[in-house]
Design a protein around this ligand. Structure first.
Ligand code: SAM
Length: 204
């Protein structure tokens, strides 16, 4: 998988090593486990998906996580991206909107001994004000725009990585907070995510 990811432009060796260290099949439903090492998204129940490895690698590389960073993931899903982030920093919060997935993934991460992340159930489109500020916020569902609360919860120097667009496709966006009121926006390639729900997402 690392060779394919390198060919597609993933060059951060820490990110490649993090993906190598996390066995993806452990985050799959039994019916799909044989497909775990294909570079594709797969169903995880509740109408949701585990992102494809390239997408996980792309977002993680853009987030540029440092070992002391505090990171928030919005959209815990299967817990795979969360486990990858935990390879890069021990300070990870992850929030999931769907109660069934939250409960299932909480058990899974504990069983895997990857319980280092603080898991939350709720609307991550408004962030986690009590835990803010964050050095990195990674959103794993497609948003209609930049959620203002997530921008406010970035530390100066912090990065928000989020797919933004319509229901068919989203452009990956990275916003870096360069000062209290200074935000720099960069745009990257297009992806297709499940919708971000909640107050600053597509209303559920
Ligand atoms: N990161 C996940 C993984 O590694 O398996 C993949 C996540 S899946 C593509 C997107 C997830 O975002 C779904 O589990 C969905 O329920 C969740 N989600 C959607 N809107 C949300 C919100 N407002 N707050 C938190 N989670 C949300």
């Amino acid at each position: 998988m690392a060779r394919e990811l390198r060919q597609r432009g993933i060059h951060d060796e820490r990110v490649l090593a993090a993906l190598q260290a996390v066995p993806r099949h452990l985050f799959f439903e039994p019916a799909f486990q044989d497909h775990a090492y294909q570079d594709k998204a797969f169903p995880i129940g509740e109408g949701q998906t585990i992102s494809q490895p390239y997408t996980v690698a792309f977002q993680t590389q853009l987030l540029n996580v440092q070992p002391t960073d505090r990171v928030l993931e919005v959209g815990t899903g299967s817990g795979y991206q969360c486990a990858v982030l935990l390879q890069l920093t021990p300070h990870v919060d992850s929030i999931e909107f769907n109660e069934v997935l939250y409960a299932r993934t909480r058990q899974r991460l504990a069983a895997l001994g990857a319980s280092g992340a603080a898991l939350h159930c709720g609307d991550g489109s408004v962030g986690l004000p009590a835990q803010a500020p964050f050095d990195g916020i990674l959103v794993t569902a497609g948003a209609p725009g930049l959620p203002p609360a997530l921008l406010r919860q970035l530390r100066v120097g912090g990065r928000l990585v989020i797919p933004v667009g319509n229901s068919q496709s989203q452009r990956m966006v990275r916003v870096t907070r360069e000062g209290p009121e200074a935000f720099v926006r960069e745009e990257f390639e297009e992806f297709r995510f499940v919708p971000l729900l909640g107050a600053s997402g597509w209303r559920s």
